[in-house]
Ligand binder design. Structure first.
Ligand code: CP
Length: 292
């Protein structure tokens, strides 16, 4: 039984297989490879992209999807996460896709070895499917080779599971990672750290902008996000004519993370990331449910 809790669960050959299958599925929609399979989604935190992307991916492959809304489940009566999961597994799903605010939740459920567990985002620790779709988007842009390319991750890095997973996966793929953030958003890290965007513009092939995750801050960090935006918002004025790929996992805080004008610029691939996310998640479901 294979799980995807972190990208470290995948071998190099499996990552190569995922990139290959994603490319193939994007070129030509496959037949219903997962007909008769059943997935359950269990999202303890809000989601627009990841939940719907998994559901679309599963349905494109012919699988059925059942969604349990924890806010209307017996978790509200005090049932533990483990008991909720065990009861869902008693219905014989082929996999459970979970998002949870606790870093360890997907691994705890995977260790119960009752069904394949896919981490759709856990705390600030891991969001492996986002890291994989971001890798695919960069591979596509750089025609299959990201080794030696430099990515600058900008924004609320310390709160971000996208950053945590991305840093681990992209370094593994041979990319250079720079961190750009004000001190309260900067994690403890050995990676090169910058306080100003100006300092990385001539080094970066890719900028990944991140949202300030206000819901994870115990108390407000900045009184005025307009002032934060003055230093960290990605604008056309800032970029000039530099050939830099702009990514963001979403949701984008317009004119704080990325300007309206920049979101319309062909260098900005936010919606391409979302499109690629469906194909990557199709590849992930195939890997875990069919190939493993
Ligand atoms: N990128 C991402 O995880 O978006 P959602 O929170 O909308 O799923």
């Amino acid at each position: 039984m294979q799980h995807l809790v972190d990208t470290a669960d995948l071998s190099d050959a499996q990552i190569a297989q995922l990139l290959h299958d994603t490319r193939t599925f994007k070129a030509q929609r496959p037949s219903q490879l997962l007909r008769d399979r059943l997935l359950i989604t269990l999202f303890f935190e809000a989601s627009t992209r990841t939940r719907s992307s998994f559901e679309v991916a599963a349905k494109r492959l012919g699988a059925a999807v059942v969604h349990l809304d924890p806010s209307r489940s017996s978790a509200k009566k005090g049932e533990s996460l483990e008991d909720t999961f065990a009861n869902l597994c008693a219905m014989d799903p082929d996999g459970v896709i979970i998002r949870h605010e606790e870093n360890d939740a997907p691994r705890q459920l995977a260790d119960m070895q009752m069904t394949s567990v896919i981490n759709a985002g856990a705390g600030n620790y891991a969001h492996p499917t986002q890291a994989l779709l971001d890798l695919f988007t960069m591979m596509e842009h750089f025609e299959g080779d990201v080794e030696g390319k430099t990515i600058a991750i900008v924004g609320d890095i310390v709160s971000s599971r996208v950053a945590s997973s991305g840093i681990r996966l992209l370094q593994r793929m041979g990319m250079n990672v720079l961190l750009v953030a004000p001190a309260p958003f900067m994690p403890q890290s050995d990676l090169p750290q910058y306080a100003h965007l100006d300092d990385i513009l001539d080094k970066a092939d890719v900028i990944m902008s991140l949202r300030a995750q206000l819901e994870r801050h115990a108390s407000p960090i900045f009184d005025d996000y307009a002032e934060y935006a003055r230093h960290y918002c990605i604008t056309k004025e800032l970029l000039g004519d530099r050939d830099i790929l702009i990514l963001h996992p979403g949701p984008v805080m317009r004119n704080i993370d990325i300007s309206d004008e920049m979101l319309e610029d062909p260098r900005c691939k936010v919606l391409t990331q979302v499109k690629n996310g469906v194909y990557m998640r199709m590849a992930i479901l195939k890997l875990l449910l069919l190939d493993s």
